[in-house]
Each structure stands twice: as C-alpha cells, then as structure tokens.
Design a protein around this ligand. Structure first.
Ligand SMILES: [Zn+2]
Ligand SMILES: [Zn+2]
Length: 394
C-alpha cells in the first residue's frame, strides 16, 4: 500500500488491495442473513476476515458483536468506527446469484455492505505505512440488532463507549447520488418510537350491530382521529410522523369482533414533542372509543432516540469525503431523515457522526428488491479509513 500523504489514491489502493476480499465477504454475509442479536455466523465470517491483522479482538459483545482494536504508530485519542451486522425478516426478490439462502430473511438494509466496508477499513489501516500515520487507537465496532433490537443500546450498557473519544458510522443510502457522502451537524435521524393500541368493544352477531360496540368501526375512527394529532396539534414547522402500520380484527365475515388491534410508529426530532405525543394519543383514542361505547388502551415504547451528530465530527467527515471523492460528492444535508437508527445510543455518550453513502437510484431500504452496485464498497472502506486517518492525524 502506497499512500504516504493525504488521501490521494486511497480509493484505488483499497480497491486494488482489498476490493475482491470486501466483495467476497459481503456476498458471503448476504447469502446467510441473520436477524437481531442472532448474528453468530456473521461474527464468524468477520473474525475469519480479520485473521492475521494486528488487532486485539473482543468477541461476545452484545451477544454476537465484536470490538477489534488497532493501536496506531503514535500516541493519541481513541476513535471508533461502527458497522451494523443484522438482516431483516423480508423475503428477497433480487434474483442475485448470491441472494439469501434463507426464506424470509434478507440483508435489505445494506448491513452486509457496512460490515464488509468496516472489515476493509480494518485491513487497510492495519497496513504498515497507514498504521504508522495513526496517532492514537482505532476501534472497529461490529454491532448486531440494529433493526429494532437496540444492539447499540446494549453495547453502550456493556461499556463499549468507554474510553472512546469520537465515533463514526456509515449507512448506504438509496436516492443519494452514487458515491456521494452526506451528513449534517445536529439531528440526522429521528427518534423512532412504537406503539400498540387495543380497541375494546363488545362482540356480537353481524346482523345485530345494536347489541354490540363494533371494534372495527371504532378502530377506523381512532386511526383517522390519530392522524389529526400531527396535522392539527403539532407546529407545522416541527417534523413529526405517526404511522399505523398494522391493523387487525375479527375471525369471520358475519361476526362483529370484540377487539381490534393496531400497531404503529411515531417519529420526532424535538424531545419535548416526543414525550408529549403518547399522552395526546391516549386521550384522543380513549375519547373516540368512549364516545362509541368502547375503550382504547395504548401501550407505548420509547425505542431509539434522535441520532444527533456532533458539528465538529460532521465537519470532519465532510472535509474528508470532499478530499477523497471530490467536493461535489460531499454534501451537507439540509434536513434529517425521519428514519431511526440505534447508532443514536452511541451519540448520546460520545461526539461523532453518522454519514450516508449514496448508492444512487435503486430500490429502497427494507424492500425485497434492494440491491446496490458493489463498487461502492471499496469507496466506503476508503472513506472510513480516511476518517480514522484524519481524526488521528495530530
Ligand atoms: Zn434498516
Ligand atoms: Zn440499516
């Protein structure tokens, strides 16, 4: 590896030295997707790929996570680079030769790519001349259970954030121009909370509605009324989303069901608003249900907090991306996404930045057709590498 100064030629060097390894690892992980904390085989693949590198390796972190530590040539702070490892309960429809071999599981959020890019960065930074340039320590954090399990929270509870001065993570991003890095100071991803609601009516014969309190009709009214919270009660310049993604009731066409159930998610950026919404949802649902001779019960869970970038870390990432990819491929975002991300738990403890890496106009994250051009992988590995070099350059 011949990258003496700056980042010139770094993408090409990563591509030439490790491009094939990175793609092979990504395909290997893609073929065998694992959910939540249950990422044992993925962890084994990562460990095999890291073998022979001058790393101190800790396994079994947050069940099947890994923290690999690389000491640089000089003394200095410790930074961390984090990748998520888990897949989704989606049936893959990409038709790729290395498509998921497990029905109903798929890497549809690109975490296979994140993991292989981070391994690529570990391989690159372990090379003598680059390692010498690191004044400090790099921790490569492989985290399970991003998709709802809160693996990031568990890692923080287990002390992974301790002794780290700054942390970065990448996410592949459909809809952003291919090979473009984007981030911003402050909030970049929303708080992502979830709820379940039960409408408790009175069941009965489908022909005798006057003898029941129809949970289906009441649920329909409640679902509609809940939409007025965001549209009529939240300041229009304040971002908020209330989505009911599940609704269900009944067992047969001629029975009025006693109960109906719905499940949904609430996304906010403002913390006060975040904590105010559940109470209003409950009041409104109970009010509507009681007006119709039924009751409503809300079960609300605060899941992932806002992913809030440190302004200096975000600026560092943009500066590095600009010099690595070109200024036109380093974009400062105007707005956050209302998606959620458990990297938020690290950023509650540490300064750092979450960065989107564009994969162009492809099928969206969490869709059965999600696929991306693998040329992005060495670019992402180079970006992580360059961020570490820059953060530990003094
Ligand atoms: Zn996802
Ligand atoms: Zn994801």
């Amino acid at each position: 590896m011949d990258v003496a100064q700056g980042f010139e030629g770094l993408v090409d060097e990563v591509q030439k030295s490790f491009g094939e390894d990175i793609v092979a690892l990504r395909r290997d992980i893609h073929r065998e997707p694992e959910l939540g904390f249950d990422t044992k085989k993925t962890a084994e693949k990562i460990l095999a790929a890291l073998e022979g590198l001058p790393l101190e390796i800790e396994t079994g972190v947050a069940e099947n996570g890994i923290v690999a530590t690389l000491k640089g040539g000089g003394e200095g702070p410790t930074i961390a680079l984090r990748a998520d490892m888990d897949a989704l309960p989606i049936h893959e429809e990409t038709g790729l030769p290395f498509a998921s071999g497990t029905d109903g599981k798929m890497h549809a959020c690109g975490h296979d790519g994140h993991t292989s890019m981070l391994v690529g960065a570990a391989k690159t930074l372990s090379q003598g001349p680059l390692r010498e340039r690191l004044n400090g320590t790099v921790k490569f954090v492989f985290q399970p259970a991003e998709e709802g399990g809160g693996g990031g929270r568990v890692m923080v509870e287990e002390g992974v954030a301790e002794g780290i001065d700054q942390i970065f993570a990448l996410h592949l991003w459909p809809g952003l121009a291919f090979g473009t890095a984007a981030t911003k100071a402050g909030p970049i991803m929303a708080a992502a909370d979830k709820f379940e609601m039960e409408i408790k009516g009175t069941g009965g014969h489908g022909a005798m509605p006057h003898l029941s309190a129809d949970a289906v009709v009441i649920a329909a009214h409640v679902a509609t009324a809940l939409q007025t919270i965001v549209s009529r009660e939240v300041d229009p310049v304040q971002p908020a989303v209330l989505t009911i993604g599940e609704i269900g009731a009944g067992t047969a066409f001629n029975i009025i069901p006693e109960t109906a159930r719905m499940g949904g998610t609430v996304r906010t950026i403002d913390d006060d608003l975040r904590h105010r919404l559940p109470e209003r949802m409950e009041e409104l649902a109970k009010g509507v249900a009681r007006a119709m001779r039924a009751d409503a019960e809300l079960d609300y869970t605060f899941s992932y907090p806002v992913t809030r970038n440190d302004p200096e870390s975000a600026a560092l990432a943009l500066k590095v991306a600009g010099s690595l990819f070109g200024e036109d491929r380093a974009v400062e975002l105007a707005h956050p996404s209302m998606g959620g991300e458990d990297f938020a738990f690290f950023l509650q403890k540490l300064p750092g930045a979450y960065i989107w890496l564009g994969v162009g106009d492809v099928s969206g994250l969490h869709t059965p057709q999600f696929a991306f051009d693998e040329d992005i992988l060495p670019q992402g590995a180079a970006l992580l590498t360059a961020i570490a070099l820059e953060a530990l350059s003094d």
